[in-house]
Design a binder for this molecule. Structure first.
Ligand SMILES: [Zn+2]
Length: 215
């Protein structure tokens, strides 16, 4: 039976089928592998050396029990272990719209940092990347930056353990551009437009790392 089936197709047809199915396979595989960037892989766009996620992005849980258990771990961004000072690259091109230190905003200044906010041009809603706990900024408000350049140095401003917190948010307006201050519920993350920074770069061209400071 199998023998009979095999003999039915001529060689050119069999070859055409093979090309067709294998190209479909690579097409699908290529797309899914681009979707499946891990937080560690995303970290390589930002930081040099070994990448360790100390606290992942968390906005979902499946059961009431699980949601109760993870309550305190709700996290609007991704934390990466980073010695001070480590150079931080922007994974996207955009405009620096805000620099923030503790409760003070110091838009015109470089050299001090807390958080650095990059606005990414979007057709519908403004999109923001936040780099938090920084010790130094190489950029100032208004700077246009190219993906892959160094925006500043890691620190521990506003935290005990040195790490880089990277957060992403989509907003309707530009009021109160700042990282999410505190989260009580999963709805908080969603209402504030937070999605994983990894999701946010999904359809964007990946940066070529440069050794250049952005400013
Ligand atoms: Zn964090």
């Amino acid at each position: 039976m199998l023998h009979h089936f095999r003999r039915k197709l001529s060689w050119p047809k069999r070859r055409a089928r093979l090309v067709y199915y294998s190209s479909a396979f690579f097409f699908v595989f290529g797309i899914t592998s681009a979707w499946a960037m891990s937080e560690e892989e995303f970290g390589k766009l930002l930081l040099p050396g070994k990448i360790t996620v100390t606290n992942p992005f968390l906005d979902s849980c499946d059961s009431k029990r699980e949601c109760g258990r993870v309550f305190k771990l709700l996290h609007a961004g991704i934390d990466y272990r980073a010695r001070i000072p480590t150079e931080v690259r922007s994974p996207v091109s955009g405009t620096i719209v805000k620099l923030r230190s503790g409760n003070k905003e110091y838009e015109p200044l470089k050299d001090q940092a807390g958080s650095i906010t990059v606005e990414v041009a979007g057709k519908e809603k403004p999109m923001y990347f936040f780099f938090v706990h920084m010790s130094k900024s190489f950029v100032k408000v208004g700077d246009k930056i190219k993906a892959g350049c160094i925006i500043g140095l890691t620190g521990k401003k506003g935290t005990i353990f040195p790490h880089l917190h990277v957060e992403y948010k989509e907003m309707r307006g530009r009021k109160n551009i700042r990282p999410t201050p505190s989260l009580k519920t999963i709805a908080d993350i969603k209402n504030r437009g937070n999605i994983s920074p990894v999701e946010a770069v999904k359809n964007k061209p990946l940066p070529i790392a440069s050794d250049q400071k952005c400013g």
